[in-house]
Write a new protein. Sequence first.
Length: 255
Amino acid sequence: PRFRGDRLPKTAVGIAVSLADKLDTVVGSILIGEEPTGSRDPYGLRRKANGIVRIALERELDLDFYRLIRDVEELYDFLKRHPSIEKAIDFLNERLYQILLQEYGLDYDILDATTSVGEGNLWRVLLKSQALQRIRSGEGFEELAVAFSRVRNITSGYSIDHFNPELFEEEAERELWRAYLEARKIIEGLEPERRYDEILQELLELKGPIDRYFDDVLVMCNSRELRENRLGFLLKIVELFSVIGDLSKVVISGS
């Protein structure tokens, strides 16, 4: 397919063969250093990658294409663990971004949010982006994005993967913990069914607890144990939001 609405393979076999051919060419070429640069694209990799994206979106393929790219890499044993595999993933992600921007009319900052969290399911990125664009003008969304940005900014650069709720000292910590547990349980039920509008409504419920948390809790306190415990918990909040994307990238009016 050369553009949205162009002819696509219809049968499961046709889709599989077309994707296998395109993925093999794109990944193999990039692994040997033949990725497109500027106007140079001798193997038509942009066109082939665009075809992968359009098939995924228009045939509503519920597949992790980043995993498929890594599966293709296994065919190139002599290049295994070659760092260029990340270039192949970034290349497909960039083609997805451009198609969603130009052909689906989605806002650039919405796409910045949804394409920056490592989601390899291209169709789900489309669904998340559409849900996020629908809600961005709704009541409370900008305040939620600001609240999330506070969480994202204070945890940036940290990779703490543990915390202990028993170390929470302030009621605001316990309130956010309870709200997180409730939201996570509901979202875990909604996410497999791709109910992203409802997931965003659940995330909106965290705005108040997040605001109160930052009003009452000093995250970067003197105690290393408490500081790392609080950062570890806030990183779980970031992880929960990443079901949709990085909302700190959404542009807020007046900002």
